[in-house]
Design a protein around this ligand. Structure first.
Ligand SMILES: [Zn+2]
Length: 163
């Protein structure tokens, strides 16, 4: 791929990293986690990890089946809500879902969004790029706010006139 600095990810709208593949941003986030999370209490660490992976996936739905996407959306909603469950319970639920489902992920080009609601956004108020550019000490807070901003974008988009 000949990525230039002006290339934008078809799904999240952020500038494509020098690797040419936006997916490597997720790896950047996980690298930050190896430095930041060990100093947090385990629950806060797992929560930050959940927000990073789940939010990245919400912004890149071409890689998930519709059922997995809906499930993930509901989980992030619950985790950012007034009474978030212990992360272990959420992981159990997601694990059961993944084990019982024929397909959670799909391999399709980012441009193939035929299985997704047409209103699902392709640009977001906060992206993984924004999170990776923050100071690492702010990471746990930044991923939580990224999740909340993403849900807000989705709420606005889904409230728009249906196709
Ligand atoms: Zn992207």
């Amino acid at each position: 791929m000949n990525a230039t600095r002006t290339d934008r990810c078809a799904e999240c709208g952020a500038a494509v990293p020098t690797s040419g593949d936006c997916w490597t941003r997720l790896h950047e986030l996980l690298e930050i986690e190896t430095r930041v999370l060990p100093s947090l209490d385990p629950e806060a660490g797992m929560r930050a990890h959940f927000f990073a992976v789940a939010t990245y996936q919400l912004q890149h739905p071409s890689r998930l089946t519709r059922e997995a996407l809906d499930r993930l959306h509901a989980s992030v909603d619950e985790m950012t809500g007034p009474a978030p469950p212990p992360i272990a319970r959420l992981r159990r639920d997601m694990g059961r879902f993944a084990a019982g489902s024929q397909k959670v992920t799909r391999s399709a080009p980012p441009s193939d969004r035929s299985h997704i609601d047409a209103r699902w956004p392709v640009s977001w108020s906060v992206t993984a790029q924004d999170v990776t550019e923050r100071a690492e000490s702010e990471y746990p807070d930044a991923v939580g706010r990224w999740a909340v901003a993403t849900l807000a974008d989705l709420r606005v988009a889904m409230a728009a006139t249906s196709r």
